[in-house]
Write a protein that binds this ligand. Structure first.
Ligand code: GLV
Length: 309
């Protein structure tokens, strides 16, 4: 019998316990705080890690992240042999792609400035461009970046993609690594960050990156707050180098009361809701991976712990 422990939202835990037990009756699905004997637990499902709990799980084999990212989990708490799996499921990918499309269209059609005009009692039409006249650049071509491109391309945008390693994504002109980064940035009217957060990408959205974009371009950050250098963004917006920023993530979350992002006229801020794990669909991704673990097949979304994603 394999025992796995769910931590976090009790409602999700109860639903997953019911469905996993029905689909895989030989799995002993436990919900925190009813962990039973911690030495029996081989799988842990978590959004963040509790050091004391992890230390008690002496036979842990696999950590399943609730989220698409794993940077919020302090993986240094885990012995090196523990496998770590990101959540890949349609709830996250669809909601993320939809948010990116919503933000790109809002920027494309100047919605933030029309809202400003409305609030100031002004009737102020502007030129309307076609989506084919705008380039949306997606940084990060993993599951979420590719899902965003699948939604942006049919809207008619010119879509460009950038990632560390060269990747071909249908519907996008792709660029790779440092050598092609400037060429990619120079063509973006709207830049979308969907990179994993690693030591390499922390602070990547900074003054020097903004300076390589077209003056007046806009940013959508739906990855992690740690990708962005906050003061550099404010400076770029205030100088006009950037026009608008849609931010769904911040550092820390929630942002403290009075933080300038709440009131900056060029920032649209949402509280980390762009891509959300849907408990009803994510449980099937978990079940699929539990089956794979049993038969020794590769796990969907297993990260390379040395690389960090
Ligand atoms: C949310 O940010 C996630 O990692 O799924």
């Amino acid at each position: 019998m394999t025992a796995i422990l769910h931590t976090g939202d009790p409602e999700r835990g109860a639903l997953w316990q019911q469905i996993v037990t029905r689909e895989l009756p030989d799995i002993d699905f436990r919900c925190w705080p009813d962990a039973g004997d911690p030495a029996e637990i081989t799988g842990l499902i978590a959004w963040t890690l509790d050091a004391e709990l992890v230390a008690s799980l002496t036979n842990l084999e696999i950590l399943f992240s609730i989220g698409a990212g794993v940077d919020q989990l302090d993986l240094s708490l885990l012995p090196p042999h523990v496998r770590v799996v990101r959540m890949i499921e349609t709830g996250i990918t669809n909601t993320m792609a939809e948010y990116v499309a919503m933000a790109a269209l809002a920027l494309h059609r100047d919605l933030p400035s029309y809202v400003d005009s409305q609030r100031s009692g002004m009737w102020a039409p502007r030129d309307v461009l076609l989506t084919a006249e705008r380039t949306v650049g997606v940084m990060g071509l993993g599951q979420l970046g590719r899902a965003a491109i699948r939604m942006l391309a049919p809207l008619g945008f010119r879509v460009a993609g950038w990632s560390r390693s060269s990747t071909d994504v249908p519907g996008a002109l792709c660029f790779a690594d440092d050598a092609e980064r400037d060429e990619f940035l120079a063509q973006c009217d709207i830049l979308v960050c969907l990179l994993p957060l690693t030591d390499d990408t922390r602070g990547i959205l900074d003054r020097s990156l903004f300076a390589r974009m077209k003056a007046g371009a806009s940013l959508i950050n739906v990855a992690r707050g740690g990708h962005l250098v906050q003061d550099d963004l404010i400076e770029a917006l205030d100088s006009g180098q950037l026009r608008y920023a849609f931010l769904d993530v911040a550092q820390p979350e929630p942002l403290p009361e009075g933080h300038p992002f709440y009131s900056h006229p060029s920032i649209m801020l949402t509280p980390h809701i762009a891509g959300v794990t849907r408990k009803e669909t994510a449980v099937h991704a978990l079940i699929d991976n539990l089956r794979r673990a049993r038969t020794g097949e590769p796990l969907e979304g297993e990260i390379d712990r040395a690389r960090g994603y």
